[in-house]
Design a protein around this ligand. Structure first.
Ligand code: HEC
Ligand code: HEC
Length: 332
């Protein structure tokens, strides 16, 4: 008797576990079919994706990291990239509107996006005006509402610091010209390494236990609701998309940003989204549940219930990734 009871329990448990595994495998297929892509677990696969031009070396990453944290690249020496893109948080600043040189707010009421995983975006900036992180990095240094320095002054300051000169030579050879472009592209090379694999990636890469039942349910709902029409690829975003198809975005009157020449806005990555409130280009939505419901209303023209939004949120939270070392480096 005992033994047969034991057997029954074992068979039933195994069946349930197998059913769970099958469900998980079906969900992985469905996710991939809908354009979701995991960050590769394999280091060399990942390098192929983030280093197409084969520019990444440990020396350049180390130097780029220092420059990213160096406030001397702003006119009054108080602001660095890390001021608005805090690496020990979500890679942004958690305020609605970016605050730069002399405490000035972005005049278009633009919210700082995260720098994490931006290497995966097709375009940089909310309006996609820059093609990659190396090019992008020039913008904030010279922007009068951000770091407000001239290219000449940035070059002059870096060249005046012997340790930096040595590091540039180590990174690029002794004939290197320390130009503004080189400073920016070195920061960009560092940013290429700001990739945050999460349990969601582990799941897509085949570890069926990496996401809980509730997170898997949320992922399924995320796909079924249609979010993957825009939040796809490795970043779950990063491509130019139409915004506010319903013309019902409640905060349209905050700031004057209207996207690119076609009214398209870059769909932000949803990785680490639980750490990058407030949301949207003008930083007007604080709560993630509200952001999810807003997306339903303005992008998909569907009413997402509180209960459904909660389920999607549970999934989105699983996108919180493992960060590379976020500590401030020692500066020369
Ligand atoms: C004063 C705050 C501030 C500073 C300082 C700053 N940024 Fe930004 N960053 C922003 C804002 C705001 C945007 C969005 C601007 C836009 O889209 O027009 C942005 C956009 C970006 C993006 C594009 C991300 C995306 O989703 O498209 C990257 C990458 C980036 N910044 C990197 C940097 C680097 C590198 C530095 C230092 C050289 C820097 N930022 C300095 C506020 C700042
Ligand atoms: C038609 C394309 C499209 C669809 C479909 C879509 N989104 Fe978005 N999403 C965007 C764009 C574009 C933005 C940026 C809009 C802005 O800030 O002006 C955005 C912004 C967001 C944000 C805020 C991100 C941030 O960093 O500020 C969240 C969260 C979000 N979407 C989640 C979702 C969810 C969940 C769904 C499905 C219910 C969804 N989106 C469906 C295009 C889309």
């Amino acid at each position: 008797m005992r033994i047969s009871k034991f057997l029954t329990v074992t068979i039933v448990t195994t069946a349930i576990l197998l059913a769970g595994d099958v469900k998980g495998e079906v969900l992985i297929k469905k996710a991939k079919h809908n354009g979701l892509i995991a960050i590769p677990a394999d280091k060399s696969e990942l390098m192929k994706l983030i280093d197409k031009k084969k520019n990444i070396t440990p020396e350049r990453v180390k130097l780029g990291r220092q420059l990213f944290f160096d406030t001397r690249l702003s006119l009054d020496k108080t602001i660095s990239c890390n001021t608005c893109h805090l690496l020990d948080q979500g890679g942004d600043d958690n305020v609605p509107v970016a605050i730069g040189h002399k405490g000035r707010e972005n005049p278009h009421h633009i919210n700082s996006p995260t720098v994490y995983n931006s290497v995966f975006f097709e375009r940089q900036f909310w309006d996609g005006r820059s093609p990659d992180v190396e090019d992008q990095a020039k913008g904030p240094m010279v922007a009068d509402v951000e770091m407000n320095i001239t290219p000449q002054e940035a070059e002059k300051r870096i060249k005046a610091i012997p340790e930096y000169v040595k590091s540039f030579q180590k990174a690029y050879g002794k004939d290197v010209k320390i130009t503004f472009g080189k400073i920016a592209s070195t920061i960009g090379i560092f940013e290429r390494t700001l990739v945050t694999p999460s349990r969601y990636d582990d799941f897509l890469n085949g570890d069926l236990k990496a996401l809980t039942e509730a997170e898997q349910d949320g992922l399924a709902l995320f796909i079924e609701t249609g979010c993957t029409a825009c939040h796809v690829g490795i970043a779950l975003g990063g491509k130019m998309q139409p915004f506010d198809l319903s013309s019902g975005f409640e905060h349209n009157d905050i700031g004057d940003f209207k996207g690119n020449e076609n009214g398209m806005i870059k769909a932000p990555s949803l990785r680490n989204i639980s750490q990058t409130s407030p949301y949207f280009h003008n930083g007007t939505v604080i709560n993630l549940i509200d952001a999810i419901k807003t997306m339903g209303k303005v992008q998909l023209l569907v009413d997402i219930s509180d209960e459904e939004a909660k389920r999607i949120e549970i999934f989105l939270k699983s996108l919180e990734g493992r960060k590379p070392d976020t500590s401030a480096p020692k500066l020369p």
